[in-house]
Ligand binder design. Sequence first.
Ligand SMILES: Cc1cc2nc3c(=O)[nH]c(=O)nc-3n(C[C@H](O)[C@H](O)[C@H](O)COP(=O)(O)OP(=O)(O)OC[C@H]3O[C@@H](n4cnc5c(N)ncnc54)[C@H](O)[C@@H]3O)c2cc1C
Length: 143
Amino acid sequence: MQQKKVVVIGSGLGGLSTGVILAKNGYQVTVLEQGQQIGGCLQCFSRYGAKYETGMHFIGSVVPGQTLRKLMNYLELTADVPLSFLDQSGYDVVALQGEQFRFANGREPFIETMSSYFPRQRDTLARYFDLVSRVAGALRSTH
Ligand SMILES: Cc1cc2nc3c(=O)[nH]c(=O)nc-3n(C[C@H](O)[C@H](O)[C@H](O)COP(=O)(O)OP(=O)(O)OC[C@H]3O[C@@H](n4cnc5c(N)ncnc54)[C@H](O)[C@@H]3O)c2cc1C
């Protein structure tokens, strides 16, 4: 039987992942990219021995069982991409007007750390975290 042909426009994380998923399901896929190189926001460059990312610099949801880990397994990337934990007390740090805001890993550390910067927002931060967890949980249960 002749393979169905699909054109995916854009070679970012979304386009490349979609292309692989379609190819694994029997489609003949062509990914078109308007830029000079593939990857979209997944770009990095080196200057004087230092490496810089211009977009994505870490990924979440890759503990076994979590959503992105399942996608990595399906795309057969897990063995090729070494993973390690970032600083749990500040996996991301936003520096703004001389102040630093640390994003701590996990519900309680996140709420505690953020509340130390924004004490009046403690309840809102808890609601925000719980809402994000609910959305992520809903995504997990669809796989
Ligand atoms: C500065 C920055 C930091 C980030 N940091 C993180 C991070 O640390 N962790 C994380 O998880 N996420 C991070 N993100 C988000 C993450 O990079 C993006 O969500 C993800 O890469 C988006 O992938 P995408 O395929 O949807 O889009 P894109 O990566 O934007 O890819 C779209 C591609 O489509 C191409 N395209 C568009 N229109 C056409 C057309 N008409 N014809 C041909 N090609 C076309 C574009 O040139 C591009 O290559 C960051 C994003 C930015 C900008």
